[in-house]
Design a binder for this molecule. Structure first.
Ligand code: ADP
Length: 609
């Protein structure tokens, strides 16, 4: 558009130079040939002189100034030419002048410069009309003769303004477009630089599951170069498998998950086969790219190689597992022998020695608990937590667990009550069944009640059971210290302990809630916490409720398996939270324990299988 305006100005300058030249030539010829129109020689000479100035200006100054300030130079030339034409018209019968059409040209030319210039030229023209009408004494035939001329003049001004405003609009749009395209390419460069310098592989996949963008790190990780990977299906390039070398299916393909759910997905349990055939474990985060209506039009995937981290983690877990396993037996034996030593029916020790032995017994109890927790955690990590599933009457399980925990609560002068009835007064307790392992579910409830007792100094603990047709929910509500909002999202993570003076003085491993989560997830349930610092906490879990028919069916299955024996020893094995079947359950291996002491107060939190 800028070039178009420049071109118009250049053409306008040339037309004016031609007009100026013709005027000079015309006046000169008329003078030479003694033409009778040359009555007013002074005015004609002035016209010729101004035209000559215009012509000389065009040939000299305009050639230099026009290069740097074209619009200004053409404006000066236009003023000179317009003055010349105005004088020519005035000299040759004013409005009746045969040169009036040249004036129309001046009006249109003004449009190229802008509205102001058009208005100035048009005002001068109308002023001249008014002057001519006054001069003619508003003679009606004169007005009639010139009305069409006035209309044409106004039309020319209108045309000039239209040309100008259109040009201006186009210019604005063009300028905006130019600046936008500049910004866009700048942003594009920045994004490209950013992506190519990222340590993570970045891949953008379109709605047809084809790769659109593939950064340097992605090329290095996969072994595919960008040009070969582009427009290929992401599956061909990433070749994802599960860690246990199963093909990715529609149901566990993370890309398909985000397409279906429009939610980001993060996985670190997938293995990619590179172009050279190497297998690397990936940490893969995929986010959907949505259009204005929220429809998924693509996905952006970030991935990095975590094979080394996984290997270190595996070695660490293996070490912890072996060490805990090896130490569990001697610790259990020490615990047993101390129990024997402090049992008056078996041994005689003086009061002082008994006090020390009691302390030793308590400490060794904690140590045993730590090893058991560690072993369960490593099992959970290896997804080898197994459970024999059967219908569990939740109310009954809660009742027996609460009974067992009464002593621990009483030791801290806390109340521990169970509320299973929904109606107050005439209490009718509903019977809810869930599919779970009774031992494992008991571990969860015990752990939550134990925590509630541990972190409560006064008041009490209420265990509640509620349910509907679909779910059974158990809540363990305490009047304890409560938990800060920033700690709550982390409570169910491995080794997470709230860092406070209270927790520092109370022993613990930070593994209990993690195991509770793993076990509840194993039974297809969910676990969560609600808490207010200073007011107490409510730890809750929900499990799918079994209908009467489902209870019967499951009971029959359990009976059949128990009778069949060999096929699946020890009952039905459920898939773990990741959906993988965990293999047949192994019967618990007894830990060599001497006769239990009378004052045995610690319970076994986890039965190790
Ligand atoms: P541990 O009790 O062995 O430290 P858990 O995994 O059982 O480990 O609990 C993790 C953390 O959650 C605890 O350290 C404690 O800070 C907090 N917590 C758990 N239960 C409660 C509760 N009922 N009231 C207050 N804090 C709790």
């Amino acid at each position: 558009m800028v070039e178009q305006r420049e071109r118009s100005l250049i053409i306008l300058a040339r037309i004016q130079a031609v007009i100026d030249g013709l005027i000079v030539l015309g006046v000169f010829s008329a003078y030479i040939w003694g033409h009778n129109l040359l009555d007013d020689i002074g005015a004609w000479l002035a016209v010729a002189l101004i035209a000559a100035i215009g012509l000389v200006y065009f040939l000299t100054i305009h050639q230099v100034l026009g290069r740097r300030k074209l619009a200004l130079s053409v404006l000066i030339l236009t003023l000179v030419t317009a003055t010349c034409v105005a004088l020519l018209i005035a000299t040759t019968d004013g409005l009746d002048s045969p040169y009036y059409s040249l004036w129309l040209l001046a009006i249109i030319a003004a449009g190229i410069f802008g509205t102001t210039e058009t208005v100035v030229v048009l005002s001068a023209t109308i002023a001249y009309y008014v002057y001519a009408l006054i001069d003619e004494g508003f003679h009606a035939p004169y007005i009639r003769d010139h009305i069409i001329q006035l209309v044409i003049t106004l039309a020319a001004a209108g045309l000039a303004e239209w040309v100008h405003s259109r040009g201006r609009r186009l210019l604005t749009t063009n300028n905006k477009l130019a600046s936008l395209s500049g910004q866009l390419s700048e942003e594009q460069l920045k994004a490209q630089a950013l992506m190519n310098n990222m340590a993570e592989g970045v891949m953008i996949v379109d709605a047809n599951r084809q790769i659109q963008l593939f950064n340097h790190a992605a090329q290095q990780l996969t072994g595919w170069d960008e040009s070969s990977a582009q427009h290929l299906n992401y599956n061909l390039v990433l070749q994802l498998h599960t860690v246990d070398d199963h093909e990715i299916t529609e149901t566990n393909d993370p890309f398909i998950t985000i397409w279906n759910n429009n939610q980001p997905v993060s996985r670190d349990d997938l293995v990619m086969t590179t172009q050279a055939g190497h297998k690397i474990t990936l940490n893969l985060s995929i986010s959907p790219i949505a259009d204005n209506n929220g429809g998924v039009t693509g996905a952006i995937a970030l991935f990095r190689d975590i094979s080394r981290e996984k290997e270190i983690e595996r070695q660490k877990d293996e070490f912890v597992s072996t060490a805990s396993h090896e130490m569990r037996t001697p610790v259990a034996a020490i615990e047993g022998y101390i129990s024997l030593a402090t049992n008056p029916n078996v041994a005689t020790v003086d009061d002082r020695a008994k006090k020390y032995l009691d302390k030793a017994h308590e400490t060794i109890g904690h140590l045993g608990e730590l090893f058991r927790d560690l072993l369960s955690v490593t099992k959970a990590e290896e997804n080898s937590l197994t459970a024999k599933i059967e219908p569990v009457n939740v109310g009954q399980l809660l009742q027996s667990t609460v009974d067992d925990m009464q002593f621990t609560a009483q030791k801290k002068s806390l109340t521990l009550v169970l509320q299973t009835a929904t109606t107050v007064g005439k209490a009718i307790s509903p019977i809810y069944f869930v599919a779970a392992s009774p031992e494992r579910l008991r571990e969860v409830v015990m752990n939550l009640i134990d925590n509630a007792i541990k972190y409560t100094t006064e008041g009490g603990i209420k265990v509640m059971m509620t349910g509907d047709a679909k779910e059974v929910t158990v809540s363990i509500i305490d009047t304890g210290s409560g938990i800060a909002a920033e700690d709550m999202p982390h409570l169910f993570q491995k080794f997470y302990r709230v860092d406070s003076t209270a927790t520092r003085t109370i022993g613990g491993t930070g593994l209990g809630l993690y195991l509770c989560r793993r076990l509840i997830e194993l039974f297809n349930g969910r676990i969560w916490v609600e808490s207010k610092p200073g007011e107490g906490s409510s730890f809750n879990f929900s499990l799918p409720r079994l209908s009467d028919d489902e209870v019967k069916q499951l009971e029959q299955q359990v009976a059949a398996t128990n009778n069949g024996g060999a096929a699946q020893p020890g009952g039905i094995v459920v898939p773990n939270a990741e959906g993988a079947v965990t293999g047949p359950a192994i019967a618990p291996k007894p830990i060599p324990m001497p006769i239990p002491s009378d004052h045995e107060s610690t319970y076994k939190r986890y039965q190790i299988t």
